[in-house]
Design a protein around this ligand. Structure first.
Ligand code: 4AD
Length: 429
């Protein structure tokens, strides 16, 4: 039996309904018990009056936190109550009595909660984050679908690096070396030559030695690649995507944002187009804040934070020095020291959320770059084919889902943005 979802109670005012879920919390005044029930779509308070139903009242007294229950009751509007509705309880059934629950309603340390992540996910705060994450994923899919990008999945097991060899997770592939994917990009370029505009969305792996609030070993990347898109087209589609995602979350998950205490006006203030600054301008900005920084250096977390805090909207930093970027980035014809790539830096101190750019479409130059980066040429033969058979200008990007969720929800750390975070010292549960 399905019952009614708590989020739909508003459609049943005055009716007797059954909800199924878990006992989140309980309060008693001696003659009245308040049962706060959760079902994953919301919370509702059930009110049980002793003299009206003494047997149910006694049963309720025995039910422990997180026991699974079925509650029957009449729905009434109650603005002061959580969710805005209440149930006048007329029936109560215990499905399974929970043992003493380790996560109480008091504060717990992060390690304690992380060790119990499988249970921590049940709390309303984690529920809100999971729903916002799902909304962002759905929004991205809808955006690409509406803009003629075809979903083409990329492989997880790959024979070569995409983003440098230092962060590869190696596998024994029946006696051969293989790696977990760092990015679907190289395959995406092939797919774009097949379908024109494509996107993929899947898990991505980086054996990062970084223990920061922005790094995971396993994260989800939404990547797109489009034939005939130049660097400018690429930035435009990225900002439209991010704007679309924000509008969607504001429209559909406002309550969850409010629950998390997000300052919503900051998201509402974001307008198109996003500001764009060159790497060289970013270097000047960093120096103007008193930081020592040499042109040619890559940004570290503190530098990204400076850029991030200098703008109210996400900002593109474009035209990085070629040496600090991946082998496939197309040099700027106007200044070949820099490449036609951009990072999108989220505001409010969140740092890089998208990396992307225009790709080298010339066979000779790409061969040269593969050699300069000391990459195994054989593993890239198929990739070079894309420049042999009908090469075209093309561009693409990858948006890190967890960093986007962290920013939109304004969370301190990416560990809460993914159900089961894989971090430097954590692979449990
Ligand atoms: O800038 P990155 O490395 O770009 C690429 O992998 C390109 N091949 C994508 C493409 O053009 N198709 O990574 C893209 C984004 C980053 O901006 C960041 O949001 C996220 O992926 N990211 C991480 N997120 C969490 N933990 C990590 N260790 C991450 N590394 C990158």
């Amino acid at each position: 039996m399905q019952g009614v979802l708590i989020k739909h109670l508003g459609k049943h005012v005055g009716e007797e309904v059954t909800i199924q879920g878990w006992l989140y919390n309980k309060r008693s005044s001696g003659k009245i018990q308040f049962l706060i029930v959760r079902d994953g779509t919301g919370l509702v308070q059930g009110v049980l009056v002793k003299k009206e139903a003494p047997e149910l009242f006694d049963l309720a007294k025995t039910i422990t936190q997180e026991s699974s229950i079925k509650v029957k009751g009449i729905v009434r509007e109650e603005p002061r109550s959580v969710g805005g509705y209440e149930l006048a309880v007329t029936g109560l059934e215990l499905i399974s009595m929970a043992e003493e629950y380790p996560i109480s309603h008091k504060e717990h340390g992060v390690d304690f909660l992380m060790d119990r992540r499988h249970l921590w996910l049940r709390t309303p705060r984690q529920n809100a984050i999971l729903r916002i994450r799902a909304e962002i994923e759905q929004a991205a899919r809808d955006f690409f679908h509406q803009n003629d990008f075809t979903l083409v999945d990329s492989p997880i097991i790959t024979p070569a690096a995409c983003e440098g060899t230092t962060t590869l997770f190696e596998l024994d592939y029946h006696g051969e070396k293989a790696y977990l994917s760092q990015s679907g990009q190289l395959y995406n370029e092939a797919s774009a030559m097949a379908v024109g505009r494509m996107y993929c969305f899947g898990p991505t792996f980086r054996a990062e030695k970084s223990k920061t609030r922005r790094h995971l070993m396993e994260f989800w990347m939404i990547e797109a690649e489009a034939a005939f898109f130049d660097h400018e087209d690429n930035m435009k589609i990225q900002e439209e995507l991010v704007y679309f995602i924000i509008q969607r979350v504001l429209e559909r998950r406002r309550q969850d944002l409010e629950f998390l205490g997000r300052d919503i006006s900051k998201l509402e203030a974001i307008k198109l187009p996003f500001p764009r600054i060159s790497y060289t301008e970013a270097v000047e900005l960093i120096r103007s804040k008193g930081e020592d920084f040499t042109w040619g250096q890559d940004f570290g977390a503190p530098h990204e934070t400076i850029i991030s805090e200098s703008f109210a909207a996400p900002v593109f930093v474009h035209r990085f020095p070629a040496e600090i970027k991946a082998f496939y980035m197309k040099p700027d014809p106007a200044d070949p020291r820099v490449v036609l790539g951009a990072d999108l830096i989220a505001p409010e101190g969140y740092g890089e959320m998208i990396g992307g750019g225009q790709r080298i479409d010339d066979l000779r130059l790409l061969e040269q770059r593969i050699a300069e980066h000391k990459l195994p040429r054989e593993a890239f033969e198929w990739y070079l084919d894309l420049r042999r058979y009908g090469s075209v200008p093309h561009s693409g990007f990858g948006l890190g889902l967890e960093r986007t969720v962290a920013w939109i929800c304004k969370l301190d750390h990416v560990r809460e943005t993914i159900p089961y975070p894989r971090m430097l010292y954590r692979v449990y549960p």
